[in-house]
Ligand binder design. Sequence first.
Ligand code: SDX
Length: 424
Amino acid sequence: MASAKLQFDGKEYELPTVVGSEGEVGIDISKLRAQSKGITLDPGYGNTGSCTSGITFIDGEKGILRYRGYPIEAIAEEATFSEISYLLLNGDLPTASELEEFDEGLTYHSMLHEDMKKFFEGYPPTAHPMAILSSMVASLSSYYPGANLEANLDLNITRLLAKAITIAAFSYKKSIGQPFMYPRNDLSYTARFLNMMFAVPAEPYEVNPVLERALNMLLILHADHEQNCSTSTVRMVGSSGANIYASIAAGICALWGPLHGGANQKVIEMLRMIQDDGGGYQKFVDKAKDKDDNFRLMGFGHRVYKNFDPRARILKKAADDVLEELGIDDPLLEIAKNLERVALEDEYFVERRLYPNVDFYSGIIYSAMGIPVNMFTVMFALGRMPGWLAHWKELRRDPSARINRPRQIYVGATEREFVPLAER
Ligand code: SDX
């Protein structure tokens, strides 16, 4: 691809271009400041690439999402989450023996150090599970001081992926005052999580295959999404050389925001508000359009997808299937579908190309599975864990990677003299 030319301050600068494997073109400005003293400015980074990556490809215009080249539609219901975690982390689908070894690692490392149980005692029952998850993940670094050594990188990736579901399930049990259920080695990764969440010591618990299949699909759909806010945060923190636990804990905190992973909890709260209000969809669509009202249709809109989010399409169908298989009739599903219909008939949403995103239907399935609303964003984090880890590993293995340090354009006070307090 020919280089780009930039005319600036009476001079012309030639900027090299980078063309990706899907034909995306990046104008490389890494030498711009040295040549021209100017920088680019792109608040929110909507037009700025932070890296090249071989993990996930998204085409927002065509609604394409592929993990290492595999279309999300082909894997969401066919594969298991541990298979896709292996794919994201290692670049190819595992053979049967590779998957067996990977699963053994996820099983063997699923326990927490017994001392970590004491951490849970300090939280009030009302503690948000995302607060617990982020601090527990950062605290894991206390138990694995050698985590940052290159030789231990894959081991600590396995440790974190294995322990994430244990921390999440323990935070749920803590919130409802039930005893922790330890991870069972005889179960698959997703069945192990369901067992730790819903089993109680007093009676046997059989994992429902419908729930296990639904959980695999949900976690796969959330597994990676290139340079979204939380993954970019993991790369930002990882670029300083921070250990894997600190980097992922930062990503968990970024995901918690209501504009990002926190949206799935807000969607259910919004649907319940519409239900309590008698289902006046247009009233809420109008509220979302009103610039004087900070209400937004949560679960709608996306920085990249401008026609449809392929994950939302899969989840909309899965919501029908899972609720039917579980024999659950959740009025919020009809409310969600009606809200989508009314919004997509409204010029404001059509004009701004705002469509349901991954968070719009996911909560209805989580609810049907018995997962409480305040755990929804934790479920998103459990799904995104292999994606975050894959990007951290890709960054760590990139010999050209440097500490991320964006510039700015200063607009504050110019130089002025200090006036001692007595004279002010
Ligand atoms: C995720 O990046 C990723 O890939 C994220 C994610 C992943 O897998 O990691 O896909 C997961 O975070 C999905 C998004 C979940 N968030 C929500 O559902 C919250 C509601 N949506 C928005 O707040 C918003 O759409 C964002 C945050 C998702 C995208 O924001 P942008 O790209 O910065 O868009 P914007 O805020 O500049 O909006 C453009 C216009 C504005 O109107 P105008 O100023 O042009 O008049 O669209 C409007 C916005 O007011 N708008 C909405 C809206 N979303 C955008 N208006 C009403 N309701 C909404 N939901």
